[in-house]
Write a protein that binds this ligand. Sequence first.
Ligand code: SOE
Length: 401
Amino acid sequence: MRRPEGIRAAVVGTGFIGVVHVDALRRLGVEVVGVVGSSPERVREKARIVPLPEPYDSFAAMLADPRVDVVHIASPNHVHAEQAHAALEAGKHVVCEKPLANTADETGELLAFARASGLVHATNFNQRFWPQIQEARARVADGAIGEVRLVSGGYLQDWLLRPTDWNWRLDPAQGGALRAVGDIGSHWIDLVSFLTGLPVRAVLADLATFVDIRHQPSGPVEAFASAGDRAGETTERAMESEDAAGVLLRLAGGALAVCVLSQVSAGRKNLLNIEVDGSHGALAWVAERNEELWLGHRGKPNEMLLRDPSIASPGAGAQTLMPAGHAEGFADTFRDLYRAVYVDVAAGHPSEEPGYPTFADGHEQALIGEAVAQSAREGRWVEVGHAEPLDARVRVRQSRK
Ligand code: SOE
């Protein structure tokens, strides 16, 4: 089996998250042979600030490079499906940022095509790879809190609080119809099933757009870019997608999940928090204190478990390299996700039980997102549907070639 060192990758998208992909791969020993940006000039300009490999002239030029084994897609959401499809057709394994695509039809077709290709396919739900999230999952699976009853929490940010804040995610043609739900809600809802093993059966949601008009600057603006980056003329744009959402989720077996999602919560920079309450215990994790896992008890003192690979649950400790007290962070979750993905890349195909989120998880989140949008439109509970088997449609698509 190949070792990660012998494997080469390319990254599409050189914004905030694309650069995190490049860094994480390099720290794993994977050679990033090139990147694709909005233009080679913009990549070279960015490379003056952060270390990036040479840019390709185009996406097609990257696909034609025989050195590339894996394509990482960190471009705006609306091109994920076509780029992932083209990369698979070119025989490349694919790691695609979430959301996998902007509609469940696209994600379903992509999943069927990826499965037919025999190549490795991963959706970048990196938040699963916080060490104490891994520890929490192991404890729930081991029955430490008893039967799961309630999952609560949310994901709060403030980078889109002001009418002058802008990013491509605010344009539904690029970001998709759902914004807070699709962008950060997908992480939280994915964690619900990751931590509990329980799929989402039905949803009840309310969406809110508080900032109705935003001022779009002339040039592109990266996620979390500061106001100073946006000098010059602006255009007023009416907003369609949600700034915030409240979502109830019914899980298999009767458990309930409740979350609040917002990108307009002043002072909350990237606050994901989640609590799982069971029949005889509870546990909770907060991104701002990510080295800690809170354990709730009745009849004895609660506990705060500091990340420590020497006492981690079996399977959970494998993900964390640093000794206790040497904090791991957000960027490390990408490295640890890719460590799991590249085990299969090195084998040349997906394993029976992939140790990472695949396109199936990206498709699941797209189905849940569409149920959330329908519930908010109609003001009622909506079952999470599972589209008809799309393999037939893929065959039709392939026969049209
Ligand atoms: C912006 O909301 C963003 O970069 C998301 O797109 C990421 O998935 C999240 O991890 C951090 O915030």
